[in-house]
Design a protein around this ligand. Structure first.
Ligand code: ADP
Length: 494
C-alpha cells in the first residue's frame, strides 16, 4: 500500500528529499549542502557526480529516518534549479565537464553577439526568453567548443545534454531514460514554446546537435522507474517541474491571472496566463508553467535578484541585526520610512529594469534618520520591487489580478506582507504550508499515479494561514519617491 510521495528538490546550494502524505503535508525531510565552485570571476560550477550522490543520500536518509520502505512510495516528483547545464557521455554515464550553473556569466559576450547580430526578436518570439547567458543554450555550446573532442562526440550521438532534472532522472533510472519536462525545456533558449519541440533554426544558430537533447514530456506522467538496486524497489518518477513553475503549481495558481511571489534570496514572481503564451512588452519572460495531459499552461515570470538578501546583507555585512526576523520589530519602532529609500541594486537590477550597471543606493538620509527608518526602507524595497513586477505583469497580460499568493523565507514577515498589500492594493495570501516548490512536484507526481485524483482534490489541501488586505493608506508618495530613487541607482557603474 503506497502511503507517501517523495519530492526531490535539487536546489542551487543544497538538495532535499521530502516525504509528503496524502494531505499534502510534510512528513519528513533530509537536506544536504554541496560544494560551489567559482573557478573565475563570474563563473559558477557544480560537480555533477556530487549533485547525484548528494541527492541519492537524501533519499535514502529520509526513508531511513521515517522508517519507510521504497514500496510505500507511490511516486517521486523532481523539482530543480533551472537552466544549469550538464553534458555527459551516454556510454560511461560520466559528465564531460562540471555543471555550468544558471548564475554563470561566461557566455555573456557570446549572448551580446547574438543580440548585435539581430536575433533578439526571433528568440523572444520562439522561446519567450530574452537573450541571456542565464539560459542553457549558450552554456551547452560553450562545453562543445571548449572540451576537447566534445563536438565530434556530440555529432556522433555519443553525448547527452540535460538540466539537473534530466541528469537526476538518468541516474535514478540507471541510464535508461533521457527526458525532461516542458517547464525545464522552456528555459534552454532552444525550445519552441509554441510548437513544443526543439527548434531547428535555434539549434543551428547555437550549434547544438539535436541528438544530444532529451525527449520533452508533460510535467505530470511517468518518466521512468528508479533502478530497483538504488532504494530496494522500483519507484515511478512521475512529475518534473522547474523550481519556480513547481511553486506556482504548489500554490495552486491554476487559473489565468493567478500569481505567486516567492520571497527568498531573490523574489520570483510568476503568473499563470492559461493556454495563451503572452509575449511580454516589458522585459518579462514568457515561459511554460506545466503540462498535464495535452494541456499546456503558460506563465509570465519576473525575477528580482535581491529580495530577502537585503536583510541578509544588513545582517552579515553591516551587522545591523543579528537575525533576519529582527528586522520586523525594528521597522515597527517607526511610523514610516522617514523619507529613506533603499534600492538594493547590488548585482544590478532585474525585472523590469534589467540594468546591470546599477548598484545599491540609500537616499533620503537626514540628521533625523533612525535605525528603524532604514529597516522599514529595506522591507519597502522588497515590496516595491515586487510591486513593479506585478504592475508590469498586469499590463502585459491585461488582467486585473485579485490576489498574490506568497511563500519563501521572508513571507513570514507580517509587516512586509502588509506593506506589500498596501503598495499593490492587492490581497496578499500566505498559505499554511510555504514549502510550495516541493509541494508542486509532489502534486504533479501524485496526480500521474492516481495518488491524488484531480487538481480539484488538491485545491482542497491548499489552506490559508493569513490574508493581508490594503489598509487604505496613501502610498502615492512612496511609489513616486521609489521610482526617483531607482532612477538614481541606475547606470552608476561607468
Ligand atoms: P532561499 O531559498 O533563496 O535560500 P529562503 O526562502 O530560505 O531563501 O529565505 C531566506 C531569505 O529570507 C534570506 O535572504 C533572509 O534574509 C530572508 N528572511 C528570512 N526571514 C525573514 C524575515 N522575517 N523578514 C525578512 N527577511 C527574512
Amino acid at each position: 500500500m503506497s502511503k507517501y510521495v517523495i519530492t526531490i528538490d535539487a536546489g542551487t546550494t543544497s538538495e532535499r528529499a521530502i516525504i509528503f502524505n496524502q494531505q499534502g503535508q510534510i512528513v519528513n525531510v533530509s537536506q544536504r549542502e554541496f560544494e560551489q565552485f567559482y573557478p573565475q570571476p563570474g563563473w559558477v560550477e557544480h560537480n555533477p557526480l556530487e549533485i547525484w550522490e548528494t541527492q541519492k543520500f537524501t533519499i535514502n536518509d529520509v526513508l531511513e529516518k521515517e522508517g519507510v520502505t521504497a514500496d510505500e512510495i507511490a511516486a517521486i516528483g523532481i523539482t530543480n534549479q533551472r537552466e544549469t547545464t550538464l553534458v555527459w557521455d551516454r556510454k560511461t554515464g560520466k559528465a564531460i565537464f562540471n555543471a555550468i550553473v544558471w548564475q554563470d556569466r561566461r557566455t555573456a559576450d557570446y549572448c551580446e553577439g547574438l543580440k548585435t547580430a539581430g536575433h533578439f526578436d526571433k528568440i523572444q518570439q520562439k522561446t519567450g526568453l530574452l537573450i541571456d547567458a542565464y539560459f542553457s543554450g549558450s552554456k551547452i555550446r560553450w562545453i562543445l567548443e571548449k572540451v576537447e573532442g566534445a563536438r565530434e562526440k556530440a555529432e556522433a550521438g555519443e553525448l547527452a545534454f540535460g538540466t539537473v532534472d534530466t541528469w537526476l532522472l538518468w541516474k535514478l533510472t540507471g541510464g535508461k531514460v533521457h527526458a525532461t519536462d516542458v517547464s525545464n525545456a522552456s528555459r534552454t533558449m532552444l525550445f519552441n514554446i509554441h510548437t513544443l519541440d526543439w527548434d531547428d533554426e535555434l539549434l543551428e544558430l547555437l550549434e547544438v546537435p539535436r541528438n544530444m537533447l532529451p525527449e520533452v514530456k508533460a510535467s505530470s506522467g511517468i518518466f521512468g522507474h528508479t533502478d530497483a538496486e538504488l532504494f530496494g524497489a522500483e519507484i515511478p518518477i512521475a512529475g518534473i517541474a522547474g523550481d519556480q513553475q513547481s511553486a506556482l503549481f504548489g500554490q495552486m495558481c491554476t487559473e489565468p491571472g493567478m500569481v505567486k511571489n516567492t520571497y527568498g534570496t531573490g523574489c520570483f514572481l510568476v503568473m499563470n496566463t492559461g493556454e495563451e503564451a503572452i509575449a511580454s512588452k516589458h522585459k518579462l519572460l514568457t515561459t511554460i508553467g506545466w503540462q498535464i495531459g495535452d494541456k499546456v499552461t503558460y506563465a509570465l515570470e519576473g525575477s528580482i535578484f535581491i529580495g530577502g538578501a537585503i536583510v541578509q546583507w544588513l545582517r552579515d555585512n553591516v551587522h545591523f541585526v543579528d537575525d533576519a526576523p529582527e528586522i520586523e520589530a525594528l521597522a515597527q519602532t517607526v511610523e514610516d520610512n522617514g523619507g529613506v529609500y533603499f534600492v538594493p541594486g547590488f548585482v544590478g537590477l532585474g525585472a523590469p529594469h534589467w540594468d546591470q550597471f546599477s548598484t545599491g543606493l540609500m537616499i533620503g538620509l537626514t540628521r533625523g534618520t533612525q535605525k528603524g527608518h532604514i529597516a522599514r526602507a529595506a522591507l519597502e524595497a522588497l515590496a516595491l520591487q515586487s510591486m513593479e513586477v506585478i504592475e508590469t505583469m498586469a499590463k502585459d497580460a491585461e488582467i486585473e489580478l485579485k490576489e498574490i499568493r506568497v511563500d519563501g523565507g521572508a513571507s513570514a514577515n507580517n509587516l512586509l506582507m502588509q506593506i506589500q498589500s498596501d503598495v499593490t492594493g492587492k490581497e496578499i495570501v500566505r498559505p499554511e504550508i510555504v514549502e510550495t516548490t516541493a509541494q508542486g512536484a509532489a502534486f504533479l507526481a501524485g496526480l500521474a499515479v492516481g495518488y491524488w485524483d484531480s487538481t480539484v482534490q488538491i485545491q482542497k489541501l491548499w489552506a490559508v494561514d493569513k490574508r493581508f488586505t490594503p489598509s487604505g493608506k496613501d502610498v502615492e508618495q512612496i511609489k513616486h519617491n521609489w521610482s526617483r530613487a531607482v532612477g538614481r541607482a541606475k547606470a552608476w557603474v561607468e
